[in-house]
Design a protein around this ligand. Structure first.
Ligand code: CMC
Length: 435
């Protein structure tokens, strides 16, 4: 559209500024020219929690939160979940196009040959206490890969980057499975290169004394679908961390560990674990109304509901609900499903949730499936981190290739003291209380 601009009149000086609009956005740096006087630093924007700030241009994931649309590289999540494997979608997210048969075979082969972890990494994992939270073990072990692959610091070389990407995608299920086996005190199971990505993960989780692990095809496919749904979600908290840490040119292992740390919080990927705790706390359908009254009174949140971007049903939650039915045909129905379905029904009809456009998000039903498959709630966020590694790496690559990106460094509005006269220790009084 020609002549797209916004006119700003600074009432302090009566000066007028035309700021160009591109893609529905003005550049924050264009505001810097707006000054009250020659010494003025220039106008800034204040946007805690990035409520209205685009930090990058990205061609990876599209979300229309009002309509409940999610696409990777232009393909609908519904099509991808129905027709693709996780590694096929990983290729799409990372390289921009769906792979041909030859490309996919090569890609699967590449990932499969990076599933083994160094024996010292296994020993590192052995050092954790058995009751350590799997997410803590996972984050630390992913960071520790940085010590095994010092070449990863050469982030400007595309071939080195690709190698680390393959290593990370190949190794995260192995690390995740090892944290699971460690918490149970079981011996570790080495990867089996003849199995698919999710079948091999199941092998490393659940194989006991049988010579060859046979994954249940329905469960393996359900896990694959869950991985597809969790693979990327544009500039969420952890993707933003991946980009911010990566912008300092840190290696991809420590960047991925930092992103996983962001994911672990209960407002982000840790919500799936909290949903199960909440359903346990509610305990029966009869107690749902009382629970919701507490939420509406500001005492706690309805975990697995609400989203910064979705103001409609999260399309991933819809697909997960569908996948849950397939899983329950194998595992038997998780009794918590009844409570969750009733909770959703009541909340969606309640004025509080309608007014705030709060709908179930991806975490509302995923934990119910994971629990039916035999996972403890502590493992749920680790299961989220495995596929999201693909999204983080795609965001990291895109950031590195973007000539507009620099080290990530926001501004602040300083609200502290002006210059104060230094007080020697013997003259200080105990006025200030820290914390
Ligand atoms: N239960 C009850 N009230 C809620 C909830 C909820 N789950 N989520 C938001 N609200 C209320 C909130 O109190 C506020 O009310 P008011 O206007 O009266 O102050 C209003 O809705 C707007 O919420 P907000 O906190 O300003 O929204 P946000 O965009 O900052 O937060 C969120 C988004 C996901 C952190 C939040 O909805 C939440 O805490 N949900 C529960 C945790 C959860 O399920 N997280 C997983 C998110 S999806 C997967 C992922 O990203 O990892």
């Amino acid at each position: 559209m020609a002549n797209e601009s916004v006119n700003i009149v600074d009432k302090r000086t009566n000066a007028s500024y035309d700021l160009p609009i591109s893609k529905g956005t003005i550049r924050a740096m264009d505001l810097r020219q707006i000054k009250a006087n020659a010494d003025d630093f220039g106008l800034m924007t204040y946007d805690p929690a990035f409520m209205n700030t685009a930090s990058c241009q990205s061609a990876i994931t599209f979300i229309d939160g009002d309509k409940g649309i999610l696409r990777y590289r232009g393909y609908s999540i519904e099509d991808l979940a129905e027709k693709c494997t996780f590694l096929e979608v990983a290729y799409l997210i990372l390289f921009g196009e769906l792979p041909t048969t030859v490309q996919l075979t090569q890609w699967v082969n590449e990932i499969t040959h990076h599933t083994m972890i160094h024996e010292t990494t296994k020993k590192f994992l052995e050092g954790f206490s058995f009751n350590a939270h799997p997410m803590g073990m996972y984050i630390s072990t992913v960071a520790a890969l940085s010590t095994i692959y010092p070449d990863a610091r050469n982030i400007s070389d595309p071939a080195t980057r690709r190698l680390q990407i393959c290593r990370l995608i190949g190794k995260v299920p192995t690390i995740a499975a090892y944290t699971y086996r460690h918490s149970l005190g079981y011996p570790y199971v080495y990867p089996d290169n003849e199995l698919s990505y999710t079948e091999n993960f199941m092998n490393m989780l659940w194989r006991m004394v049988e010579p060859k692990y046979q994954a249940n095809a329905v469960l393996a496919r359900a896990l694959d679908i869950l991985f597809i749904l969790h693979a990327d979600h544009e500039q969420n908290c952890s993707a933003n961390v991946m980009r911010a840490v990566g912008s300092s040119q840190a290696d991809p292992y420590v960047c991925t560990a930092a992103a996983a740390a962001a994911l672990s919080g209960p407002l982000h990927g840790g919500a799936n674990e909290e949903v199960l705790r909440m359903l346990d706390e509610i305990g029966s359908k009869e107690r749902i109304l009382a629970f919701l009254e507490n939420v509406k009174a500001g005492r706690g949140k309805l975990m697995g509901f609400g989203h910064r971007i979705y103001k409609n049903y999260d399309p991933r939650a819809r697909i997960i609900k569908w996948a849950a039915d397939r899983v329950f045909e194998v595992t038997g129905r998780n009794p918590k499903l009844e409570i969750a379905l009733e909770l959703e029904r009541i909340a969606l009809a309640d004025e509080y949730f309608i007014k705030r456009k709060l709908y179930p998000n991806v975490d509302f039903y995923s934990g119910i499936i994971y629990q039916a498959m035999g996972f403890k709630p502590e493992m749920f966020t680790v299961l989220f981190a495995i596929p999201r590694t693909v999204g983080w790496l795609a965001q990291w690559q895109e950031m590195l290739a973007d000539p507009e990106q620099k080290i990530s460094r926001p501004r602040q509005i300083y609200t502290g003291h002006e210059l104060r006269k230094f007080v020697p220790i013997e003259k200080r009084t105990a006025e200030a209380v820290v914390g």
